[in-house]
Design a protein around this ligand. Structure first.
Ligand SMILES: [Zn+2]
Length: 266
């Protein structure tokens, strides 16, 4: 049951038949893990806090630097040098004191990923490095959790949802099906080398927040099985249909055989 303050705070979204009080209760009961509190994480955290996602866990091991401020709009100039996870959690609580926000000032690793992912309903990939993305993709598949992927560099963005082992989404791809090979730094330069416009990161992060809310509400049409590509320079939005691959080393029929192969190699 929503209390009087909830009814007032969420009035403009709960009034929509697509959400209603029942949908708002689902949002308040949800547990979401935001991995990375940078250019994508900033809008994700703010919109999810404002929408009343009841339990948000933020993980980031970094501190705020002045070069972050062109896009990481959850931080102020006075935050430079402070822990991102702590300041992002404080900002989320300031937007909405009624929700529970926890923060982890550490790096996602193979040692903590499974426990963290299992403890949450939806996982949001707001990271900026390939190793963490593959770890998230593989672990979210193993744990049966939806993964909301986003990436942004220069004037380009990508958004998708991976639910390869989530009930009702059989046959949809995992992260590795769509990105089978880890790119090297030359193929996929980061924001520090290639640059990034804040509004582009904001656009991608906002779409990630939107997909997360739709997943929690049980909406049928998300970006599952689709990769949205944004070319902001021309304001072009394109879409690629994505499919599961039989030879995927994470979810494919050959994945257990390839494990045996790799043991045989040793
Ligand atoms: Zn796969």
């Amino acid at each position: 049951m929503l209390n009087d303050e909830d009814l007032e705070r969420y009035a403009r979204q709960a009034i929509m038949p697509a959400i209603g009080e029942e949908g708002q209760e689902k949002l308040l009961a949800a547990r979401v893990l935001v991995v990375g509190a940078g250019g994508l994480g900033a809008p994700v955290i703010m919109y999810l806090a404002a929408a009343g996602i009841g339990n948000i866990t933020i993980i980031d091991h970094d501190d705020v630097s002045r070069t972050d401020l062109n896009r990481q709009v959850i931080y102020n100039d006075s935050d430079v040098g402070s822990s991102k996870s702590r300041r992002a959690a404080e900002a989320a609580s300031a937007i909405n004191p009624a929700i529970h926000v926890s923060q982890l000032n550490l790096r996602l690793s193979s040692g903590n990923a499974t426990q963290l992912i299992r403890a949450n309903d939806v996982i949001i990939d707001c990271t900026d490095n390939a190793n963490t993305r593959y770890l998230l993709g593989d672990t979210a598949h193993a744990c049966g959790r939806p993964l909301v992927f986003g990436g942004a560099v220069r004037m380009e963005g990508q958004v998708s949802v991976f639910q390869s082992s989530v009930k009702g989404h059989a046959g949809s791809p995992c992260y590795r099906c769509v990105f089978p090979a880890m790119p090297d730094a030359k193929q996929a330069p980061g924001c520090s080398e290639a640059g990034i416009l804040g509004a582009v990161a904001g656009l991608v992060g906002t779409l990630q927040a939107l997909e997360t809310i739709k997943i929690i509400l049980g909406k049928p049409r998300t970006l599952t099985g689709r990769l949205l590509l944004i070319e902001a320079a021309g304001s072009d939005f394109m879409e690629i249909q994505t499919t599961a691959r039989d030879d995927c080393s994470c979810c494919g029929v050959a994945s257990s055989a390839s494990l045996t192969d790799s043991f045989a190699d040793n």
